[in-house]
Design a protein around this ligand. Structure first.
Ligand SMILES: NC(=O)c1ccc[n+]([C@@H]2O[C@H](COP(=O)([O-])OP(=O)(O)OC[C@H]3O[C@@H](n4cnc5c(N)ncnc54)[C@H](O)[C@@H]3O)[C@@H](O)[C@H]2O)c1
Length: 303
């Protein structure tokens, strides 16, 4: 029985595909390579060049997939603000196409959702039943995706679980992108460019290592748990603290410059992982310093 991974050529997808292959699963990566790269797809996985805005049931049925892990997305909050229609076409309609394929193939869906873009401001670690107040079209589209998951379950019995990730970081995250502050800081420290901190750097985020997220997806895949689970560490790290960790790992004493605070940016986003601990025995085991060090070494090696 096979597993289809949409977005498997991307950053998080590459960690997941590696973990699935390591345990002997038959893996089919479905990706349009808009932000992902073919080098992220190991030779042992079968690659299908496909845009999820088009139906994918033919592929999913042909490979007799037992599950679809749905990571393909327009994953940049700022792009979603600039182009909400394109974001919705990929993140809402694309998810509907994934669900249609799952229905027709009898496959279960594991959906990559987001905690950071769904809960809004967090005075304490957010729980799954807290109010959802997305601040961006990206967050609204992910929440809509979760809504469709529920509707397809009630209407057709399509089994699913949605995983709301914290701020995922690790090897292979794009250091030249606009998202992914760990990769951006480390990329700049490596090239000798000055790092920029927006506002006073007190913004707190739940940084979770990509290898831990891949483990969470495997556990969710193997269980029959449904609904929504947070995948984070429960720890809020400020941008200033993160910069210190990055500097220390890179052996640098470079100072960052502060720039104007970005409009709409959350002060604090952190996830309560209690439900995932109970439901799928997930605990994010990688410390921030170990995860940042692994990311640094991988960036150095690829340079
Ligand atoms: N990185 C994070 O911190 C984070 C946090 C919460 C949720 N997520 C979610 O996790 C998933 C993976 O994110 P990532 O950080 O690896 O991003 P990424 O951009 O590296 O990966 C997304 C992948 O989807 C592919 N893709 C995009 N549009 C497509 C389309 N129309 N058809 C087919 N493939 C398409 C891209 O080519 C890429 O390989 C996304 O769903 C994202 O929303 C990420």
């Amino acid at each position: 029985m096979a597993v289809v991974v949409t977005g498997g050529a991307g950053f998080i997808g590459s960690h997941l595909v590696e973990a699935l292959l390591a345990r002997g699963d038959e893996v089919h990566v479905l990706d349009d390579l808009s932000t992902g790269v073919l080098e992220n797809v190991p030779a042992a996985a079968t690659f299908h060049l496909h845009d999820i805005r088009e139906p994918l049931d033919t592929i999913v049925r042909a490979v007799e997939a037992r599950s679809i892990i749905h990571l393909a997305a327009q994953a940049d909050v700022r792009v979603s603000v600039a182009e909400p229609g394109r974001d919705a076409a990929i993140n809402v309609l694309g998810t509907v196409n994934v669900l249609e394929a799952a229905r027709l193939a009898g496959a279960r869906v594991v959906f990559a959702s987001t905690g950071g873009a769904i809960y809004g401001e967090c005075e304490r670690p957010a729980r799954e039943d807290d109010p959802c107040l997305p601040l961006s079209p990206y967050g609204a589209a992910k929440l809509a995706g979760e809504g469709y998951l529920g509707a397809f379950a009630r209407l057709y019995g399509v089994a699913h679980v949605a995983l709301r990730f914290g701020n995922v970081y690790g090897p292979r995250q794009n250091p030249h992108g606009e998202a992914g502050v760990v990769a951006i800081f480390l990329g700049r420290l490596l090239s000798g460019e000055t790092c920029r901190i927006f506002g006073d750097g007190s913004q707190g985020r739940d940084y979770v290592f990509a290898g831990d997220v891949a483990r969470a997806m495997l556990s969710a895949l193997d269980s029959d748990v449904g609904g929504v689970l947070n995948i984070g560490t429960g720890i809020a790290t400020t941008v200033l603290e993160l910069y210190e960790v990055c500097r220390s790992v890179a052996g640098s004493d470079a100072r960052a410059v502060h720039e104007a605070e970005r409009v709409g940016e959350l002060g604090r986003s952190v996830l309560d992982g209690g439900l995932a601990a109970t439901a799928i025995d997930f605990h994010a085991g990688t410390s921030l310093s170990a995860g940042v060090a692994a990311t640094w070494h991988s960036l150095q090696a690829s340079n």
